[in-house]
Design a protein around this ligand. Structure first.
Ligand SMILES: [Fe+2]
Length: 289
């Protein structure tokens, strides 16, 4: 990937949250592109109307929080149908969701819960991702989770699980660089090796978000994926490494809690663009396989 390609790559986008919706729909946001959570718009006609207005001036990606690909009893098909209708209406350039589970027997849990990385789980997740792609009639993009615990029964590394999922289903991967950093810190592995272990050809989007430093009940440090702060300095370094490995990919700034003015999101996006250009300053770079 040459520096010219990097300069021509889609600039960094920002997550669209409801408090900023009217401002963005007015067409003066300055954002290169937006990523919205579809669940905010499925039962809110006014918000949906504003989102469609924002679509006139911005490319839009959708990032689901309610498609539970890790649920062994199958997907919520009514939710998937409503998601399909929104996708048809908006024609987003990318639809993504999480490697996690959040529903069981029709009950929605307000969390993205971890799954064991074994062959049984891989079959479940692959079948669900196949169904999502069939219903939405497009490629689905699966994000690496923020992790706090690991299953002792896992037989695969997370990177291997994601690579095999992409190979079996043709789905793409969303590398949340902050999640990679945070999970590595919480579980005690190397974040750079994690990035190196992902299949570069499958990565189609990157996320950057802020986390919070806390301590667990035993007093040990733990990083929590709050999306409530600016991006941490070590994450910017890891982001540059990810760009070198994956080539310039659509990158998104995620900020959900303690939401600042939209201008601060834009300034984080500008910094990501600066890192992209600085990373490729001085010559060509081959996308690693
Ligand atoms: Fe993310």
């Amino acid at each position: 990937m040459s520096r010219e390609d990097a300069v021509n790559a889609l600039p960094t986008g920002v997550g669209l949250r409801l408090p900023h919706l009217a401002e963005v729909a007015a067409g003066t946001s300055g954002a290169a592109w937006l990523e919205a959570h579809p669940e905010n718009f499925l039962a809110n006609p006014h918000a949906r109307e504003l989102l469609l207005r924002a679509r006139h001036d911005h490319p839009i990606a959708l990032h689901t929080v309610g498609v539970s690909v890790g649920t062994a009893t199958g997907l919520d098909r009514s939710h998937l149908a409503r998601l399909r209708a929104l996708v048809d209406e908006l024609d987003p350039f990318l639809v993504s969701g999480h490697l996690a589970w959040s529903t069981h027997n029709g009950i929605y849990l307000n969390d993205l819960l971890p799954i064991p990385y074994d062959d049984d789980a891989l079959r479940v997740v692959a079948a669900n991702v196949h169904e999502v792609q069939e219903v939405l009639r497009r490629c689905y993009v699966v994000e690496n989770p923020a992790s706090y615990v690991a299953f002792s029964t896992s037989t695969r590394a997370e990177t291997d699980f994601l690579a095999e999922l992409a190979s079996r289903t043709g789905c793409k991967l969303l590398c949340d660089v902050s999640n990679a950093y945070l999970s590595a810190a919480n579980l005690g592995y190397d974040a750079y090796e994690y990035i190196n272990g992902l299949p570069a050809d499958a990565v189609a989007e990157l996320h950057l978000g802020g986390f919070t430093r806390e301590t667990d009940d035993a007093g040990a440090p733990v990083l929590i994926d709050t999306h409530a702060a600016a991006i941490d300095e070590p994450v910017w370094k890891l982001y540059a490494h990810a760009m070198r490995r994956f080539g310039p990919q659509p990158t998104l700034i995620e900020w959900d809690s303690a939401l600042p003015a939209f201008a601060q999101l834009l300034s984080e996006a500008e910094r990501a663009d600066f890192v992209t250009h600085a990373t490729f300053e001085g010559g060509a770079h081959a996308r690693a396989g």
